[in-house]
Design a protein around this ligand. Structure first.
Ligand SMILES: [Zn+2]
Length: 344
């Protein structure tokens, strides 16, 4: 027997071990509670806390680009053909991605179990220029664009108005068409007026156009007369920055001008109240998100790839980039990914 061992040492040692287990259990409990809480807090709180930039690495990131612009436009936006690189490990983005994946999986399971016919995801297609420009993925030929629109029409898709989309996202309605899709067009290229307006009118399709008012006198982009005509034909018009800037590179004051002046001009020209923003180049930072909220914006679209779901952060909505270089098959596959099979 060890003479140095005090009578109380044995029991004390074992109780110390027990305390360690209790402490470990307590830590696990606290971790679980904090994880649950982080899932419960609202997207707007998360966005307010989130840091920047909020890009998510996707297979399409390295392939995407804004359409090449004519020399005038290129001088305004010298790196218009480049895509912002996504940081390798963005904890916010990772959380956002895993949370939305988990939620989408849960929604799919529920939908399959109840065979409900409500869509769980909304594909938001992201178009740019509609013309012939070989080698530019962000440009789609008029023939391919028509092929895609006819596919949507023949396969029972319903193009949403922006209000229908917002009502669904807000939860004020659950009565979406069985196969919804939101068509979005970035930048306001004049060729949209020539190639998209007549076809969409013929098919009775709705669409949303994101324009930068600073380009309306350019000639290469839509002018106000054309924008007004498209608006009267049922297109929703929303801002894409005043001059299509790289917002995170600007001061807060300049960002505020880009956001507020674009909204002011569109609201004034069309007698509307714009509340949906689209980030030029998909770029934003914490200041951008705060400014959007301060100026009354309720939703904002990124170029992060994926179907749009209700649980996504309202200011970080995903879309599906339309690669004009692809054939229709991969476009269909992306459009119909995650679609829930329901009993008719
Ligand atoms: Zn753009």
């Amino acid at each position: 027997m060890n003479r140095l061992l005090k009578p109380t040492e044995g029991p004390l040692k074992s109780s110390f071990i027990s305390y360690k287990w209790y402490a470990l259990l307590l830590c696990c409990l606290v971790l679980l509670i904090s994880l649950s809480w982080s899932r419960l807090i609202s997207p707007s709180v998360r966005s307010a806390e989130s840091d920047i930039p909020l890009q998510i690495q996707t297979p399409f990131d390295s392939q995407m680009s804004e359409p090449l612009k004519p020399s005038v436009y290129m001088s305004m936006f010298p790196d218009a053909s480049t895509v912002p690189a996504a940081p390798a490990n963005d904890p916010i983005s990772t959380t956002e991605t895993s949370a939305s994946v988990a939620s989408e999986t849960a929604q799919t399971v529920v939908a399959q179990a109840t065979t409900q016919q409500q869509p769980q995801h909304i594909p938001v297609l992201n178009y740019h220029s509609i013309t012939i420009d070989p080698g530019n993925r962000a440009v789609i030929t008029p023939a391919k664009f028509e092929e895609q629109m006819l596919y949507l029409s023949k396969n029972g898709y319903h193009t949403l108005t922006l209000q229908q989309f917002i009502d669904y996202m807000d939860g004020t309605t659950t009565s979406l068409p069985k196969k919804p899709v939101l068509l979005t067009f970035d930048d306001g290229y004049a060729d949209n007026y020539e190639h998209a307006l007549p076809l969409l009118k013929q098919l009775n399709f709705h669409a949303t156009l994101f324009v930068s008012p600073g380009t309306t006198e350019d000639g290469y982009f839509l002018n106000w007369d054309q924008i007004k005509e498209m608006h009267e034909a049922g297109w929703d018009i929303q801002p894409h920055g005043m001059t299509h800037p790289h917002l995170p590179k600007l001061s807060a004051k300049s960002q505020a001008f880009e956001i507020s002046e674009a909204k002011r001009q569109i609201d004034e020209q069309l007698k509307i109240n714009t509340t949906v923003f689209c980030y030029p180049y998909g770029e934003k930072n914490e200041t951008t998100l705060k400014l959007l909220q301060e100026h009354g914006f309720r939703y904002a679209f990124t170029i992060d790839q994926g179907l749009t779901t209700r649980d996504q952060n309202r200011l970080l909505l995903k879309r599906l980039f339309v690669n004009g270089e692809e054939s229709i098959e991969p476009w269909i596959a992306r459009l119909e990914q995650g679609s829930v099979k329901v009993k008719s």
